[in-house]
Design a protein around this ligand. Structure first.
Ligand code: NAD
Length: 360
C-alpha cells in the first residue's frame, strides 16, 4: 500500500533554461543576444555593485548600466523606485546578479512589468528556480506565486561564489538544505523531487565543511552550487512546511537575516517532524549519515556547529518575546506540516532555538 502511494503523484517541471559550469558567466552576452535582448539592466546589492559593473562592461552595447539598490526582503519603497527606473529607461530584460535579495527585487519588477529575468545567482538561496516572490511593507512580508517572476534563463557559475564569505556560504548552504529537506515531506512530494532532494542534501553536507575551511576550493564550490540548484528546483516544485513559515516570520517581522535564521531553526523543525513522515525521515537520516531518524535534528545542529554558524536566534537579535510572537503569527494562518502543531509546541520549539540548545 505504501509503495502504491509513492507512485501516485503530480509533477510539473518549470520552464527555465539553465546553463551550469565554471566560467559560464563569460557567455552571458551571447546568451542574451541569442534571446533578442538589447537593453539590459544589471541589478545588484550595494555590496556587489563592482561585480555588476564588470558584468555590464562585458555586456558592452546591450547593457544600459547597473542598478545597485537591492536590499533584503524587498521593501516596497525600494521595489516601487526600481519599477519606475526600469520603465523610464525602456529596459527589455533585467539581469539579477546576486543572491535572493537581488533576484527578489528583479522578481517584483517582473511582476509589475512582465519583463524577463536572467538570473546569475551568487549565493545558494535558490530563488532563481522558483515563481515565488516576496515583498515587505509595514514590517509584514507577503509572498505570492506568479509565472511572470520565474527567470527565463539561469546561469550558474561556481566561480562567482568564490568571493562569498565563509559565514554567508555556510548559512546560505543550510538555507538550500532546508528547501531540500522540507521537499522530502511536502504535501505534494513526488519521486523525482525526492531524488533531487536527497542528492542536494548529500552534495551540500559534503561541500559546505570544505568551503568554510577553504573558500577557494573550486570543486567544493561547484558541488555546493549543484546542491543549491537542486534545492531550488525542490523549492519551486513542491510546497514547503512549517519550518519555512517560521523563518519567513522571523525575517519579515523581526528582520532577522534570512539564511542564518533558516540554518539555526532547521535543526529544531526537523527534530519536531522526525516521526511525521517515516519514509522521508529514514531517507534523510541516511543522507545525513546517522543511523536513525531520532538523530536528524541533532545531525543538523552538529553540522551547523562544525560550520561555525551562530547557534541561537537570540544571537541574531531576536528579542526575548520573539518566540511567543512568532508562534502566534505562525498559528494564526494555518500552514501545511506533516505533523499537526499548536501554539505551545511552536513556542517551545522556538524557545530552544532562541537559546541554541541541542534539539534532543
Ligand atoms: P542576499 O541576497 O541578501 O545576500 C547576502 C549578502 O551577500 C548580500 O550583502 C550580498 O551582497 C552578498 N553577496 C551575495 N553574493 C556574494 C558573492 N558571491 N560574493 C560576495 N558577497 C556576496 O542573501 P540570500 O540569502 O541569498 O537571499 C535572502 C533573500 O532571498 C530573502 O529575502 C529571502 O526571503 C529571499 N529568498 C527568496 C526565495 C524565493 O523563492 N522567492 C528563495 C530563497 C530566498
Amino acid at each position: 500500500m505504501e509503495e502504491e502511494k509513492m507512485y501516485d503523484f503530480h509533477y510539473a517541471a518549470l520552464p527555465i533554461d539553465v546553463y551550469f559550469g565554471l566560467g559560464k558567466s563569460a557567455h552571458v552576452r551571447n546568451i542574451l543576444i541569442k534571446n533578442g535582448y538589447r537593453r539590459v539592466l544589471v541589478i545588484t546589492t550595494p555590496g556587489q555593485e563592482e561585480a555588476g559593473q564588470d558584468l555590464s562592461n562585458k555586456l558592452d552595447d546591450i547593457a544600459i548600466g547597473v542598478y545597485p539598490y537591492a536590499v533584503m526582503h524587498v521593501p516596497a519603497e525600494v521595489a516601487n523606485k526600481a519599477v519606475e527606473f526600469v520603465k523610464f529607461n525602456d529596459v527589455d530584460c533585467c539581469i539579477a546578479l546576486g543572491g535572493g535579495s537581488t533576484i527578489g527585487l528583479a522578481k517584483i519588477i517582473a511582476l509589475k512589468t512582465h519583463l524577463p529575468i536572467v538570473a546569475i545567482p551568487t549565493t545558494y538561496a535558490g530563488s532563481e528556480m522558483t515563481s515565488i516572490y516576496g515583498m515587505t511593507d509595514n514590517h509584514l512580508k507577503t509572498t505570492g506565486k506568479d509565472i511572470h517572476v520565474l527567470p527565463k534563463i539561469v546561469v550558474y557559475d561556481p566561480e562567482l561564489n568564490l568571493t562569498l564569505p565563509a559565514q554567508i556560504s555556510a548559512c546560505s548552504g543550510m538555507n538550500a538544505m532546508a528547501h531540500a529537506i522540507e521537499a522530502l515531506y511536502a504535501k505534494e512530494k513526488n519521486p523525482i523531487i525526492s531524488l533531487m532532494a536527497i542528492e542536494s542534501i548529500k552534495a551540500l553536507k559534503s561541500a559546505l565543511p570544505i568551503i568554510v575551511g577553504d573558500l577557494t576550493n573550486i570543486s567544493a564550490r561547484a558541488r555546493a552550487t549543484y546542491g543549491a540548484w537542486l534545492a531550488g528546483i525542490c523549492l519551486g516544485s513542491v510546497g514547503m512546511a512549517i519550518h519555512h513559515k517560521i523563518c519567513h516570520t522571523l525575517g519579515g517581522t523581526f528582520n532577522l537575516e534570512h539564511a542564518q535564521a533558516h540554518a539555526i531553526t532547521l535543526a529544531y523543525s526537523v527534530h519536531y517532524n522526525r516521526n511525521a513522515d517515516i519514509e522521508a525521515m529514514d531517507r534523510l537520516a541516511e543522507a545525513l549519515g546517522v543511523d536513525n531518524r531520532e538523530k536528524v535534528g541533532l545531525a543538523i545542529y552538529r553540522l551547523n556547529e562544525a560550520l561555525g554558524i551562530k547557534m541561537a536566534l537570540k544571537d541574531l537579535g531576536l528579542p526575548k518575546e520573539g518566540p511567543a510572537a512568532v508562534a502566534r503569527i505562525v498559528c494564526d494562518s494555518p500552514y501545511y506540516n506533516p505533523r499537526e502543531y499548536n501554539y505551545k509546541e511552536i513556542r517551545d520549539l522556538l524557545e530552544k532555538a532562541y537559546k541554541g540548545l541541542p534539539p534532543i
